[in-house]
Design a protein around this ligand. Structure first.
Ligand SMILES: C[S@@+](CC[C@H](N)C(=O)[O-])C[C@H]1O[C@@H](n2cnc3c(N)ncnc32)[C@H](O)[C@@H]1O
Length: 313
């Protein structure tokens, strides 16, 4: 339905200044190497300080020189969908950790994960470090998962003990939406309570799919339901029966069940599937084949039923 060449150019609030370079990298333009953060009123904050709305989250250092651990959302895949704050904090970090599948890391031949590939343009290789996680474990809180969380937290604590002050963990989408970051932060807080934990929001796959397919997520009094297909079909069916938009993550292995439910509730024709958003081979379009072999990075969007403009106001 849509392709890379249909992307809307990204422009600043006043619509004047394009913020992307030809090579898709967010340029670091200020004299001090910081990407200027522009306030909603169009003012650029004084050099050295965070924007009026930035608060402490806009700073790379913690209070009184405390170390910080910042979970940075890097968007679903397209490096253009990185916020200016994310780009700046990545550039300023002492060390940037990225998740990698533990099995592949152990074998020593892990290809870069999605977060790593997205931030590669912003981080020198000597500041980039991989943290193994049991990303494909489906058994709940398994020993393998706990071991990886604990080891990852210890690795971050070691980096802090070795002098790192600005520690970053890059994660796909948003760090507060189904992200490993919460489990890592839990472990680091337990080991080093003085470390200040923060997050920088990222664009979710849900938002990217809505933008790319031209579907408003919610209007008027409509609710919006984001759910993991792994939580079971009943949750999906209940949400579909409601008045709002439904977005299903993690549906790749349950696609046939989801499609059957869409058909049962007469919602199949409107549903949109986004595979590998922002990645090579990306596909966005209607749901056609229930037997589709989907990649893990697939998102299903079922728009609310809308019969006229503003009908839900
Ligand atoms: C563990 S969740 C991570 C969600 C992420 N933190 C966010 O804010 O979007 C993984 C699920 O997010 C969705 N997802 C993330 N990136 C995607 C992409 N590039 N294309 C399609 N779906 C994606 C998929 O449904 C995938 O199964």
């Amino acid at each position: 339905m849509t392709a890379h060449d249909n992307r809307v150019p990204v422009t600043a609030h006043d619509n004047r200044v394009p913020v992307t370079a030809h090579d898709n990298r967010v340029p670091v333009t200020a004299h001090d190497g910081r990407v200027p953060v522009t306030a909603r009123d169009g003012r650029v904050p004084a050099a050295g300080g965070p924007g009026p709305a930035a608060g402490r989250a806009g700073r790379v250092d913690g209070a009184d020189g405390a170390a910080t651990l910042t979970g940075i959302g890097v968007g679903p895949g397209d490096p253009e969908l990185l916020t200016l704050r994310a780009a700046r904090l990545l550039a300023e970090a002492d060390v940037v950790f990225v998740p990698v599948l533990d099995r592949l890391a152990a074998a020593g031949d892990a290809p870069p994960g999605r977060a790593e590939a997205t931030v590669a343009a912003h981080v020198a290789p000597d500041r980039l470090r991989r943290l193994p996680f049991a990303l494909d474990d489906r058994g709940g809180v398994t020993a393998r998962r706990e071991r990886a969380w604990d080891e990852a937290a210890r690795t971050v604590a070691d980096a802090v003990d070795a002098g790192a002050r600005a520690v970053v963990f890059a994660t796909i989408g948003d760090p507060n939406v189904y992200s490993t970051f919460g489990y890592l932060a839990h472990g680091v807080r337990a080991l080093r309570p003085a470390v200040e934990v923060r997050t920088v929001p990222g664009i979710t796959a849900m938002q990217d799919l809505a933008a790319r397919s031209g579907v408003p997520l919610c209007e008027g009094r409509e609710p919006l339901t984001l759910l993991p297909a792994t939580a079971g079909l009943a949750l999906f069916a209940d949400a579909l029966a409601g008045p709002g938009t439904v977005v299903a993550y993690k549906g790749w292995r349950r696609h046939a069940e989801l499609v059957a439910e869409l058909r049962r509730q007469g919602r199949l024709a409107d549903a949109v599937l986004g595979r590998g958003l922002g990645l090579p081979g990306e596909r966005i379009g209607p749901v056609t084949d229930p037997a589709d072999d989907l990649p893990y990075l697939s998102t299903l969007l079922v728009p609310a039923r809308r019969d006229r403009r503003g009908g839900k106001l």
